[in-house]
Design a protein. Structure first.
Length: 259
């Protein structure tokens, strides 16, 4: 008797996600989410059993499936702004900063040892970036970089030093600066439900490649975003697999072959 060939599998693969076109369940185009440490699918059922209790010990004679749920989870190690937008259920965008020269600003009531974001206003909540500081003064007294202040020019952050000799607590610091014309990619948190489709392309270390298609899923963040630590930063997600009208929740394809 010949022994049947088995297909033990050591899974590997790429996760691609597409949002839907507005008002449809049609993918707008898939984006590779970068390296993922894992991808797990879970199937749960809820059964309604029937027991005959006419004589002695009751005996199960029937069981009806009431509910089937397909869910999953995966963990991204690619900390892109787009993946962060999914994690924060928000959006990613590019903020364009116009260049300007000779901008004046007064930072009132400074305290020694504290830092201040340059250009922060009600209209520009995060301030300006790529700053060239022309002058910093208290009244007619010029401040000296390295003695009275430090400037993080790319971030536009001014720090008044603890041992500043020309600044006292509560003083007003007048600035004159230029800002470069630059773009800043940004993610903003929100509460938008993330719906779309998942394409999992298998590239197994062992076993036949089987590609998974989930035509209607909802993503939600699941766990911690460790901004600091000794492990690689990850964004963990839950996946709820839904059934689109007239279709099924999950499709699994082997690789093409000639009959």
């Amino acid at each position: 008797m010949s022994r049947q060939i088995q297909n033990q599998t050591l899974g590997r693969g790429e996760v691609h996600f597409s949002k839907f076109k507005p008002g449809t369940l049609e993918p707008e185009g898939f984006r590779y989410l970068g390296d993922t440490n894992d991808f797990n699918l879970t199937a749960n059922t809820e059964e309604l059993p029937y027991y005959s209790m006419d004589r002695g010990t009751k005996v199960k004679t029937k069981s009806v499936t009431l509910q089937v749920d397909h869910n999953g989870n995966f963990t991204c190690t690619d900390i892109s702004l787009d993946n962060l937008a999914f994690f924060f259920m928000g959006l990613s965008l590019t903020n364009t900063q116009a260049g300007a020269t000779g901008v004046t600003e007064t930072i009132e009531g400074v305290q020694l040892g504290l830092s201040y974001q340059i250009g922060q206003t009600a209209q520009s909540l995060l301030g300006v970036r790529s700053v060239t500081l022309n002058t910093a003064t208290v009244g007619a007294t010029p401040l000296v970089e390295g003695t009275d202040y430090q400037l993080d020019a790319p971030r536009g952050i001014l720090t008044i030093l603890e041992g500043a000799t020309n600044v006292s607590a509560g003083a007003s610091v007048e600035l004159n600066y230029d800002v470069a014309a630059v773009n800043v990619d940004r993610t903003i948190s929100g509460n938008t439900q993330i719906e779309g489709a998942i394409r999992f392309d298998a590239y197994n270390a062992e076993g036949d490649d089987k590609d998974y298609r989930m035509l209607y899923v909802r993503l939600s963040p699941n766990g911690d975003l460790a901004l600091k630590g000794d492990d690689w930063m990850t964004t963990p997600f839950n996946v709820e697999c839904l059934r689109p009208p007239g279709m099924e929740a999950i499709y699994v394809d082997g690789q093409p072959y000639t009959a």
